[in-house]
Design a binder for this molecule. Sequence first.
Ligand code: HEM
Length: 319
Amino acid sequence: MFPQSACESPPPANEEYNVFLPRPVRTVERRRDAGNCEWMGLRREVADGRQDNCTAEAHESLRLTFHDAIAISPALEAQGKFGGGGADGSIAIFADIETNFHPNIGLDEIVELQKPFIARHNLSVADFIQFAGAIGASNCAGAPQLAAFVGRKDATQPAPDGLVPEPAIRPILTVWLLTAHTVAAANDVDPTRSGLPFDSTPELWDTQFFVETQLRGTLFPGSGGNQGEVESALPGEIRLQSDHTIARDSRTACEWQSFVGNQTKAQQMFQFVFHDLSILGQDINQLVDCTEVVPIPAPPVGEVHFPAGVWLYGLEVYT
Ligand code: HEM
């Protein structure tokens, strides 16, 4: 049994407000007309909805959604500077520039892989990136069905460097967003090892990630001492400094713990933040909601557990 967290997160904010930016987003009566969603063929091409397709490419597609969308800064705009266009495809359209930004390391590969799909379909680059991420996640058992909008305007200029991750995100939202690291691995953090997962079940959208990041770190799975890496608790598993810190920071530790064993929360909170993330910088009134095209993921598999050989004494509980 897990020690139950006493933490309660507030319910998602009013859906009429974009959770990332301090400005209202008017809701519209969304058209749910599949006739506007010419994506069925594309969906079959990108993935066939099988849960064993929760592959490295699916993970990378999901990561790409964040790195495209989060590059938008109201602070820069307030200074009269271009602050990035959010979910505008700039990471792929200006890949030569943006994939060289340090936090975007390794994303050049998925950008290249997506290019032929984009070329074959009449979708904006911005739409494709978010759609591919939603489809990628849907291949992972236990994932939520993620929003898929169409009609985004593509970027005409690259985002400035320094916006990923955008430091203005509210701490609790960061926890919700980081649920994505339940289906994730690092290819470029440790130059000697590629594909080191962040939890023991990277093919499942479950809450193991929230357990295992709370365990006391004792080892490096590879060379160790790399920028952004701290000791993990399990052989073959890598831990990001950022995940480690957010799991323990007094502003976020309680929220982090509240995800353990709460599959519904791991689905709903990410579904909620992804909706807003995926349309950052775009006018929702100009978009068509094609979420119905995204397959409903397979139900979760397994139970949250302490990894073999680890018991309560290995848990670092912070409040
Ligand atoms: C505080 C914010 C975040 C930080 C610092 C962060 C950092 C990282 C890093 C360093 C990696 C490893 C990259 C590599 O070496 O290949 C990674 C992987 C990943 N991230 Fe994040 N991330 C953040 C937020 C997010 C969000 C919001 C999402 C989802 C929308 C996300 C999805 C992923 C996925 C799916 C992977 C695995 C990619 C793969 O397996 O190739 N991350 N992240």
